[in-house]
Design a protein around this ligand. Structure first.
Ligand code: APR
Length: 263
């Protein structure tokens, strides 16, 4: 059951989505918590329990490399097996119906693609956890190829695996703090945000730059900003619509109103 005020906001936002010419969505970890993947800064967030390992630490300190891989291996089965939730499905429905033009995400879980938004319309700003890559030459390695190494060498004294081609460090293809953002994806995301007459941000605290600058690109080009989040964000004061609550519930209500069909 949705509270009356939120219901009214959903109706208004659904009408704006329906009349939008270029709707772009921008998601963060909060859209995937309902798929069982923890976010970073929410009440049970990952960064409330441990400190992020920055790229420089990974490159310079064998113990930091092992800890980084330990965390990634521990969370891999959950990430691998996660399924899209109602929020992902609602955005995919808006995409299929022709309203959503581009999906920009900070997430590394691939759930927007699994929900049905085609690969080329999903811009992954912080990389992807779906595969491993060499930090030096970019060569891709599958998780199944790398996991036996850690099963055979559980002792921390054995350093982490390197690229068989160039000897560079192998690391899941996600962007760590201190690591350069993917240039092409970042440029494309800002271009798309600038074209949007409506930007829907969902499940992001809007605290990490340059990604958190994306809504400003829409606003700077005269577009409108809607924030769907269950906690305060860094940009609440600039939003035309501020919907506080579950991404899954709110997005489903919006998609059903816009497309006239139940999900
Ligand atoms: N519905 C709505 N909002 C939710 C839900 C939900 N079911 N679950 C969590 N949230 C909200 C949280 O309250 C929080 O404000 O989503 C937001 C998630 O914010 P963060 O955890 O900061 O995640 P995000 O904004 O994606 O972080 C950006 O920081 O650590 C880096 O690279 C990482 O991509 C990540 C970036």
């Amino acid at each position: 059951m949705v509270a009356p005020k939120l219901q009214e906001q959903i109706e208004e936002l659904a009408a704006l989505v329906r009349s939008s010419c270029y709707l772009v969505a921008f998601s963060g970890a909060g859209i995937s918590t309902e798929s069982g993947i923890p976010d970073f800064r929410g009440p049970q967030g990952v960064w409330t329990r441990m400190r992020p390992i920055e790229l420089q630490e990974f490159l310079q300190d064998p113990a930091a490399r092992r800890e980084y891989w330990r965390r990634k291996i521990e969370s891999w089965p959950q990430m691998r097996d996660a399924q899209p939730n109602a929020g992902h499905r609602a955005l995919a429905r808006l995409f299929e119906a022709g309203y959503l033009k581009t999906m920009i995400t900070q997430n590394i879980d691939g759930l927007h693609q699994k929900a049905g938004i085609c690969e080329e319309k999903v811009i992954e700003l912080h990389g992807s956890n779906a595969y491993i890559a060499c930090l030096q030459c970019g060569r891709r390695v599958e998780w199944e190829t790398i996991l036996p190494f850690f099963r055979e060498h559980p002792e921390p004294s054995v350093d982490c695996p390197r690229c068989a081609e160039c000897g560079g460090w192998l690391k899941p293809a996600t962007i760590s703090f201190g690591q350069a953002m993917p240039e092409e994806q970042t440029r494309a995301a800002f271009i798309e945000a600038g074209k949007a007459d409506l930007l829907l941000t969902v499940g992001t605290s809007l605290q990490v730059h340059p990604a958190a600058g994306i809504p400003g690109e829409t606003l700077g080009h005269g577009g409108k900003l809607a924030i769907i989040n269950n906690q305060q964000t860094g940009l609440d004061g600039q939003a035309h619509f501020l919907l506080r609550g579950s991404a899954g519930v709110i997005l489903t209500e919006i998609a059903e109103r816009v497309t006239g069909s139940s999900l």
